[in-house]
Design a protein around this ligand. Sequence first.
Ligand code: GLY
Length: 591
Amino acid sequence: MRLASIIGLTLALVATGSHGQQASDRHAPEAGTGGAAPVQAGKARDFMVVAAHPLAAEAGRAILAEGGSAADALVAVQLVLGLVEPQSSGLGGGGFLLHWSAEAGRLITLDGRETAPAAAGPDLFLGADGKPLPFFAAVVGGRSVGTPATLRLLEEIHRRAGRLPFERLLAPAIALADAGFPVSPRLAALIAAEGERLKHDGEAARYFFAADGRPLAAGAVLRNPAYAETLRRIAEGGVDAFYSGEIADDIVARVTGDALNPGALAESDLENYKVIERNPVCAPAFGYDICGMGPPSSGGIAVIQILSLAEAGGLGALAPGSAAAWRVIGEASRLAFADRERWLADPAFFRVPANGLIAPGYLALRARLLDGTAAQGPVMPGPVPAGQPAQDSGHLAPLPGAGAGPDFPSTTQVVIRDAAGDVISYTGTIENGFGSRLMVRGFLLNNELTDFSFAAADAAGLAVANRVEGGKRPRSSMAPTIVFRDGRPVLAIGSPGGSRIIGFVAQALIGHLVWGQDPATALAAPHLLNRFGPFELEAGTAASDLAPGLQALGYRTEITDLNSGLAAIAIGPDGLSGAADPRREGAVAGQ
Ligand code: GLY
């Protein structure tokens, strides 16, 4: 690994102030070839990686250039992200992975979601008064920490599709952690915004703040010897060195020993953790096959529902980006979120009608609520009801309760295409920015358990499918997606953003597949989201121009920050075209 050139290259990026530039300033004709500076959009012939930080993208590029597979590159990329973008994902978190094997002609999906400790129960996030805790009272400390899963997921995809030795893939992150890396403007801003909350834990306070208590500044070189040491132990002992022994003991001690908010994680939770291969969820829309992650993520099903319902609602005939087009997308999204709230949870604990929710007959029935092709028709009076999908047996399941738990933006997205044609879309997370704020041996622990419904039953007394239960995986919104045409992958995409992930990914898919935008344009397009009725319009963008038109259709509109972190690679006859979201610090690298 050419460490010096990587660090020099990133310093140059920071010094030239890439942060905050417009997307168009950062477009370049060729993705970083060899030592060229990473860019946020570009083309390549053989292979490509898009990740949320230039150092991570470069680590993946170097592995691919060495003959590594997409799976190999992902290991290197995620481990570097855990260092340079520690607030979003890492060893202390989890993720979902789509992997297309060109040789086998097969798509697999792997569930590396964290699990609730076996000892956790439905009252985990209820206060002494029996009411749901305020969000940050639940998040900060050990209570919210689920069993970390990232390393088991990386181990599994490497076992199935890796080419280079696992320890080789740890080397870039170890070298960077030893030598130090420049704190990015985004990381510096997020540390400053966190303030006292990030000082809850001594190790995190010492790492993210100077001795005088000031937050780290952008450009400061940050070393993480503890992270390097953790990775060295894994390089020597394999991933098992994390899941039992001293590292596991330290994780458990930090979670259970938290003075303010102790959690119930046990050594046995770590020892018993298993990655699960799940059936992808795939369905046609607009002439493509859209494939995503099934439950416990709601992401794949919701994205498919939005595209399918929007197609049935006549989106293809409406002017791209018009209020009428957004009415159809917005109503489709409301329907998808109504189903998501009731039906999506860990399938090991609740019989999720996953096939029923994307069955053509069911979607056709739901599409009727969109008022057919009458795009000027009335907005559905809220609240929108969940549908009644069939189980695989054909039976209709009793409607579960509506969950209650906040969803805050978080998370990271990686897409990779290697020289052999393998494709990965991976979304990784420690949930909220900086997770539980607990740091152990150089990495942050997740607060993934706050993705459960805090309340176990809804106001009508119906049990919530996504309630906390021991060993259960919290519902996710992560939506790593691969799009196929005639059986071949043509696009890999995904985004961070909590429950907004679903709308970010659906919008970018519509932009690229339906409105013909190239990946950079689709990712940079001003966001409009509709989850629960009101339209959210991205502040500081042309999205607000649509407010009068949407209000005339009957919507309440709200201008707000919509900070996606999309990453995409389009795969065409002319090669690879990739883009990273201009709202964050991601980079495209390839050759
Ligand atoms: N914690 C983000 C998600 O899983 O949706």
